[in-house]
Design a protein around this ligand. Structure first.
Ligand code: ADP
Ligand code: ADP
Ligand code: ZN
Length: 216
């Protein structure tokens, strides 16, 4: 099964993907995570992407589609994939069709997380992750069970993203509205889209997604 999680920054794509990974053994492919790894490693892609990401704008379609193709090639063909944060433009949606077809994969669901824009700023400015395993947390909505200790790996160091500030969030939301939301009709025409209330509690959003994906 191959699915896309679609929604504006802070909608909960990463949070839900991580639950599907542990519950269903699917693999999460996040272009944001891949780009941050490239920036950290100082690769040519990372050097190109850094300023664009810091400004909250979109990295080029060619770069992100190449990252997705390479990542898929490292997976066994039967592994289910969650595309998180990709595609973000019509050109990327078109590339994804080709990338999947070349690998005999089909797209099964596009799940849109619907959220109120005012909530996104609060979600993003309160977001932090475990520096060791990447598990996502929130100052108000998802604190570690033991303060200062990651629930998943026991790590005690956490980090925040440089682009998770109120100014950049506005640009990222505008990019979503202008370039990403318009790809939904492409998938609607293929009857692939399901909508989920992303304002519900994390567990309820997860249950709604599980209902859409059906039996394991
Ligand atoms: P969020 O979780 O807030 O939606 P991501 O981690 O997915 O953000 O992305 C962070 C940044 O990385 C984006 O603002 C953009 O600069 C870049 N990026 C990630 N994925 C893509 C993509 N598919 N196309 C273009 N740029 C991307
Ligand atoms: P995205 O990957 O779409 O950018 P994240 O999954 O990183 O979004 O979620 C953004 C922040 O909001 C994180 O700090 C996360 O813990 C929190 N969060 C995610 N889903 C919910 C929810 N349903 N209710 C409240 N907070 C949430
Ligand atoms: Zn951890």
């Amino acid at each position: 099964m191959n699915i896309i999680l679609l929604g504006p920054p802070g909608a909960g794509k990463g949070t839900q993907a991580s639950r599907l990974v542990s519950e269903r053994g699917m693999v999460q492919l996040s272009t944001g995570d891949m780009l941050r790894a490239a920036v950290k490693a100082g690769t040519p892609v990372g050097l190109k992407a850094k300023a664009v990401m810091d400004a909250g704008e979109l990295v080029s379609d060619e770069i992100v589609s190449a990252l997705i193709g390479e990542a898929l090639d490292k997976l066994p063909p039967e592994t289910g994939v969650i595309f998180d944060g990709y595609p973000r433009t019509a050109a990327q949606a078109e590339s994804l069709d080709a990338i999947l077809a070349e690998r005999n994969r089909t797209l099964d669901h596009v799940i849109e997380l619907e959220v109120n824009e005012d909530a996104l700023v609060e979600r993003i400015t309160g977001r932090f992750t475990c520096a060791n395993c990447g598990e996502g947390y929130h100052d108000s909505f998802k604190q570690p069970k033991v303060e200062g200790t990651c629930d998943v790996c026991g790590g005690t160091e956490f980090k925040r993203r440089p682009d998770d500030n109120a100014e950049t969030v506005r640009t990222r939301m505008a990019e979503y509205r202008a370039k990403t939301a318009p790809i939904l009709p492409i998938y609607e025409a293929r009857s692939l889209v399901s909508r989920v209330d992303g304002m519900a509690d994390i567990a309820d959003v997860n249950a709604a997604i599980e209902g859409i994906l059906g039996a394991r």
